[in-house]
Ligand binder design. Structure first.
Ligand code: UD1
Length: 460
């Protein structure tokens, strides 16, 4: 199992391109199984989650590969298989995104229920209710969702849950509704840019979806949609993470390839804290003009501050002046990063529905454990800002959502080594950041070690 050794204290400085959005790529990739003909996706990040969903699609008779230009090329070779097995789905909840496309195109979907999740209770009742409203027979059998329909019928569907709408649920119902007879109206639809990106892909292939980016989405049923070429939007969560990394290290960072309007709520809070934020076209430049001040915030569905940035902002607040209250309305129990941040000297306390963060002057390096994707990002940021060497274990969480993050941060001055436990115990501390230190590839990448630096990404 890989870990990171992080030598903190170096301000990050320079330009960083942002990769394509994981959370946009996954539902689009899932929907492409239902497309007539070939889909070609540009800007799909090389992540473990993309590899996992590609494996799910292959078991469903879909050919998925990267071409020489790095495009992800997808084509359904068979309309027969309809089963997404537990062994793959349990690795990644977003596999549930195949449910709507399978039901719409193939009339049957048998998809394993994803099971538990570290960030809190994550039911899929709204997905199932939505598909049932379209006329599908939906049952739970032996840990699987079994949905069948000889034909789907447009309907009025409300996707409001106790914590707001559902992102992947909206994707599932919207995609299935492309195959329904007549008009479907989804109220309380998720407004996230990733849902809009999926709708753009579907519409380009002939679907008729309107109300994009609002909470009322209308779908005129057609015979489905054709495969098209589509460019996935930049990852706003990665962008926010990198901006916060720049600020936490007292650095000066310019992000390229971003859609600044997708980050309005995050940029607002950074400005309120006292950060310098400048937007120019598709770039965002940040630096801390002086010490940052604490600002309380609530993580909410889009256009609010994303729950996927809550942990990173909480990490930033540990170094701000004053006290802040953090509430996560989407996943109220998503605070597993707090005890680990406390191990690094942060003054953080769990409170009803959230956390209280009292800023401290500095954090101190420590061994810490990642519990989930965004918590690991928060710990990495904290370690980059702390004096000394921290060890971040279970970085496989990070690899699910950030492409080669350690290498990209190294390009702007971050000192991070990826090692195994065995390599760590065989490496003297003074060697860790020398040229003799072992160099490891993320395990999901198939690359030639000889071509490091000029290599061509072969993984999905
Ligand atoms: C997506 C994102 C995830 C992000 C989350 C919230 C992907 C692949 N993942 O996850 O990174 O953290 O949105 O922005 O895009 N809920 C129900 N019933 C349901 C479905 C959800 O009650 O049927 C609840 C959830 O428990 C949660 C809230 O609704 O409290 C939002 O969840 P949802 O938007 O569905 O999250 P995901 O789509 O799984």
């Amino acid at each position: 199992m890989d870990l990171f050794v992080i030598r903190g204290g170096t301000p990050l400085s320079g330009r960083l391109p942002v990769r394509g959005s994981k959370n946009a790529a996954l539902p689009i990739l899932a929907a492409s199984l239902a497309a007539e003909g070939e889909t070609r996706l540009a800007n799909v990040p090389a992540l473990v989650d993309v590899t996992t969903l590609s494996a799910v699609l292959r078991t469903l008779g879909v050919d998925v590969h990267r071409d020489a230009d790095g495009m992800l090329v997808v084509r359904s070779e068979s309309n027969e298989p309809c089963v997404a097995e537990y062994d793959l789905v349990r690795k990644m909840r977003a596999s549930v995104c195949v449910l709507g496309p399978l039901l719409g195109r193939r009339g049957t979907a048998r998809v394993s229920l994803p099971g538990g999740c570290n960030i809190g209770h994550r039911p899929i009742d709204l997905h199932l209710r939505g598909l049932a409203s379209l006329g599908a027979d939906v049952r739970l059998e032996h840990g699987y969702v079994v949905a069948t329909a000889s034909s789907l019928l447009g309907a009025q569907i409300d996707l409001a849950g106790p914590q707001g709408s559902t992102v992947t649920g909206t994707c599932n119902v919207m995609t299935a509704a492309c195959f329904a007879k007549g008009r479907t109206v989804i109220t309380s639809a998720a407004r996230e840019p990733e849902v809009v990106d999926l709708a753009h892909y579907l519409n380009a292939g002939g679907a008729r979806i309107s109300g994009l980016g609002t909470d009322v989405v209308e779908i005129e049923g057609t015979d489905g949609f054709a495969g098209v070429e589509h460019q996935v939007i930049p990852d706003r969560i990665e962008a926010a993470t990198l901006l916060i990394a720049g600020l936490m290290t007292g650095g000066d960072v310019t992000l390229e390839n971003v859609v600044p309007t997708h980050l309005t709520a995050v940029l607002d809070i950074l400005r309120q804290m006292g950060a310098f934020v400048e937007i120019r076209g598709a770039t965002i430049h940040v630096h801390a003009a002086g010490p940052l001040s604490s600002v309380s915030f609530v993580a909410e569905p889009y256009p609010g501050i994303p729950t996927d940035v809550q942990a990173q902002l909480t990490a930033l607040l540990t170094l701000a002046r004053g006290k802040a209250e953090v509430v996560d309305r989407v996943f109220p129990d998503r605070f597993l990063h707090l005890p680990e941040l406390a191990r690094m000297g942060a003054d953080v306390r769990r409170a009803e529905g959230g956390a209280h963060v009292f800023g401290v002057k500095s954090l101190s390096a420590a061994p810490v454990m990642a519990s989930d994707l965004r918590a690991s990002a928060a710990l990495l940021l904290a370690a980059l800002s702390a004096e000394g060497d921290s060890i971040l274990r279970r970085v496989y969480h990070l690899d699910r959502g950030y492409e080669r993050l350690e290498e990209r941060l190294a390009a702007v001055g971050g000192q991070i080594r990826r090692l195994t436990e065995a390599e760590l115990s065989n490496c003297r501390p003074e060697e860790l950041f020398s040229d003799h230190a072992p160099v490891r590839e993320p395990h999901f990448a198939v690359t030639s070690p000889k071509s490091r630096g000029s290599r061509r990404e072969q993984s999905l």
